[in-house]
Design a protein around this ligand. Structure first.
Ligand code: AMP
Ligand code: ZN
Length: 512
């Protein structure tokens, strides 16, 4: 038997916002990938747009793992320093909400951090190697600021400011003009350049903030941009591989992080990519909603919990995200979410049939691990080995799609091609599905079809009772007792259950 050719390793290419080009991923440390993602400011619940940023970062991390890199992913939790607007004159978001609700900032931060983590779990976002919490790094932030203060900063009454003219190429990431005072950052009296930003905000004389620390510039709190520079550099080391965030961060937050990193690393111009602290800067585009429900200031905004309360499984939202390229704007609609759910249901119908066929073929003992489970995780290498040759083209194309700047929409269609493949061993097919799902993260081999039933909050139903009535109705129909069958259907309808005879996805009932 001739040996199967070695798998073709398509190089990973990612869009670097700094150069506005696709670039090959060349790790700083051989075989490793170090990634930092800007995390949430925990002053409110995340909306589903925020969660798109973490689904994207998760797919990036999963892709790096699938391609065999040892991944170290860090996501921060901002619990101090993020102002209500990008102007340095704004209020700290955490201080503001704590005042309004007469609560301690620490309690507020804890509450919203837990809510964010619940969404992370519900969306099958893998746990990063480390969650860095900003208030745990204040001494390191002060030390960082001290290192750059003399050459790059100046002090005003309100704080220590970074002089953006002190580094080369300031604002290149945003492609911004900085010399015409375009006013995108509100003027603070005494600033040398309009884009200069506070890296340490002093507590005004006579005031006391809930969160404040002593520093060489007086009592105060760190600036938000400083936090991310410090936590990423501390944990991953400069330069590291990839820094991610939503596209809004391309305009101010990340250019400011880059300027600080340049100052700290004593490197200058951005023609050498590593000088920015991270080699590749990646940004997901926004999730938008026409009526403005994406804005947290609009009162009712779209939380994942709202989708769940309306009966949608959260992974339908993940599917919705994966259907679009991360660099494209994605419009949220309930119809779109419904369509994503249907797609997920269709996949699960095939998968549950495959599992049933597999169970028929082998009398698997309870202790035997299902052949699609691999504790160490799936990588491309494992899916192109012996016994999986018939999937080789599809898996190669899949690897190519995700290696092409994470083209998840093409990857999804290739997964469907695998599911549609005829005359193959169900266990082999499920192995390939599981390997692809290691990147997509839809939980395809663990979800049950019943998990996807629309199940709005507050609807009290006894599923086993419904199933028993359905079986009785099937028996009545088989015995041609249509009067009884109709009566049972009416009984179910009275409980809000619609019987779905002949549903193409094999769904037997739904709630109306
Ligand atoms: P924040 O908690 O406001 O710092 O935002 C958390 C993350 O969500 C950041 O990476 C933002 O860039 C990102 N983000 C904010 N709004 C949206 C949106 N509508 N769609 C996608 N990402 C967003
Ligand atoms: Zn950040």
């Amino acid at each position: 038997m001739s040996e199967a050719p070695a798998p073709v390793a398509t190089p990973l290419r990612l869009f670097n916002s700094l150069t506005r080009q696709l670039e090959p991923f060349e790790p700083v440390h051989a075989g490793e990938a170090r990634v930092y993602s800007c995390g949430p400011t925990v002053y409110n619940y995340p909306h589903i747009g925020n969660m798109r940023a973490y689904v994207f970062a998760d797919v990036l991390g999963r892709t790096l793992s699938f391609k065999g890199y040892k991944l170290t992913h860090v996501i921060n939790i901002t619990d101090v320093g993020h102002l209500t607007d990008d102007a340095d004159a704004g209020e700290d978001k955490m201080e503001k909400i704590a005042k309004a609700q007469a609560q301690s900032i620490w309690d507020i931060a804890e509450h919203y951090k837990q809510a964010y983590w619940a969404d992370v779990r519900a969306l099958n976002i893998r746990q990063p190697a480390q969650w860095t919490v900003a208030t745990d790094y204040v001494p390191q932030m002060i030390a960082f600021a001290q290192t750059i203060a003399e050459k790059h900063c100046y002090e005003l009454d309100s704080g220590l400011y970074f002089d953006v003219a002190s580094v080369a190429d300031y604002g290149r990431l945003a492609r911004a003009q900085t010399d015409d005072g375009e006013g995108r950052i509100e003027a603070v009296e005494g600033k040398r350049n309009s884009a200069d930003f506070a890296i340490w905000r002093k507590t005004p004389a006579g005031e006391k903030r809930q969160m404040e620390w002593d520093s060489p510039w007086g009592k105060g709190a760190p600036g938000w941009h400083l936090e991310c520079s410090v936590m990423s550099g501390e944990v991953l080391g400069f330069p590291f591989d990839i820094h991610t965030g939503g596209i809004d961060h391309r305009e101010i937050h990340h250019p400011n992080e880059i300027a600080q990193n340049q100052a700290f690393c004593c490197t200058n111009g951005l023609d050498v990519p590593a000088n920015s602290g991270a080699k590749i800067w990646m940004h997901n585009n926004f999730l938008v909603e026409r009526s403005g429900k994406m804005s947290k200031s609009s009162g009712e905004f779209l939380r994942l919990q709202l989708l769940i309360d309306k009966g949608y499984h959260p992974l339908a939202y993940r599917m919705m995200c994966l259907q679009a390229h991360y660099r494209s704007e994605l419009e949220f609609s309930w119809d779109g979410l419904g369509a994503a759910l249907t797609r997920l249901k269709r996949m699960l119908l095939t998968i549950s049939n495959l599992k049933a066929r597999h169970a028929e073929l082998v009398s698997a003992s309870m202790s035997e691990q299902a052949p699609w489970v691999r504790d160490e995780g799936w990588t491309l290498k494992h899916v192109q080995g012996d016994g999986l040759e018939m999937f080789r083209d599809l898996t190669s194309n899949f690897a190519e799609a995700i290696s092409n700047d994470l083209n998840t929409s093409v990857a999804l269609t290739l997964l469907e091609d695998v599911l549609a493949k005829k005359k193959v061993d169900p266990a082999r097919k499920l192995q390939v599905v599981q390997a692809m799902d290691a990147v997509l993260g839809l939980g395809l081999l663990t979800l049950e079809r019943s998990d996807l039933r629309i199940r709005p909050k507050g609807v009290d139903l006894n599923e086993s009772e419904i199933e028993a009535t359905l079986i009785a109705r099937k028996e009545a129909r088989a015995a041609k007792d249509f009067a009884r069958s109709d009566a049972l259907r009416d009984e179910l309808a009275a409980k809000g259950v619609d019987v779905m005879d002949g549903d193409p996805l094999g769904w037997e009932w739904k709630l109306v």
